[in-house]
Write a new protein. Structure first.
Length: 200
């Protein structure tokens, strides 16, 4: 296979993108490029390609995955998006995810349970479900986590939020009531749940 183009990456200092005649694109550091003696129009052997792909880029993808998880807990899909944004090939991204999963550094069910425990006093079950779906957690994992972790009923949570806001439905003006109604809708509560508590 042949290297058809080598161009510096504008958004990352010191990195270059190598394009092969197959159309595949690989990202290396400038120092690695020089150390390997890679140049445009150069034929590279299968052995050298495997070295670049697995031993250099593959190992870096795993290190990057670990680094991202050190900073904050993420779902599998969030980690996948981050690695792909960093221009790691799809195959190596999946290998890195499998690697961190094998050590339980990433676990969507654990993430969902923690998310629900932390947010159930502020958000409805529907809102938390929507948030977790957006983070790439599977629906069945979310349902199981909600069933086992959710302690606060919707009406009870609405009442707590009203008390926290110092809102009295009986004394509220129509404008104040409408504002609170919209606030609760944004939190993911259903019309019926809001009506049961607020009588708006």
């Amino acid at each position: 296979m042949m290297i058809t183009q080598i161009v510096p990456l504008e958004y990352v200092k010191g990195k270059v993108q190598i394009t092969l005649d197959s159309g595949e694109e690989l990202v290396l550091y400038q120092g690695e490029l020089q150390k390997l003696g890679l140049e445009e129009q150069m034929d590279i052997s299968e052995t050298l390609y495997e070295q670049i792909y697995h031993e250099i880029i593959g190992k870096r993808a795993k290190k990057r995955a670990l680094h991202l998880l050190e900073k904050m807990d993420r779902t599998e899909e969030q980690l996948r998006r981050k690695l792909l944004e960093s221009r790691y090939p799809k195959e190596l991204t999946e290998e890195a995810i499998a690697y961190v999963k094998s050590y339980r550094y990433i676990d969507d069910e654990r993430y969902a349970r923690n998310f629900i425990r932390l947010n159930q006093e502020k958000r409805s079950a529907a809102r938390m479900k929507a948030d977790l779906l957006a983070k790439g957690v599977a629906p069945d994992v979310i349902e199981r986590a909600l069933e086992e972790e959710l302690e606060t009923q919707p009406e009870e949570l609405i009442q707590k939020l009203l008390e926290k806001k110092g809102f009295d439905p009986a004394a509220a003006t129509p404008k104040e009531a409408a504002r609170m109604y919209q606030y609760l809708l944004r939190r993911g509560f259903r019309n019926r749940e809001i009506q049961n508590v607020c009588k708006l």
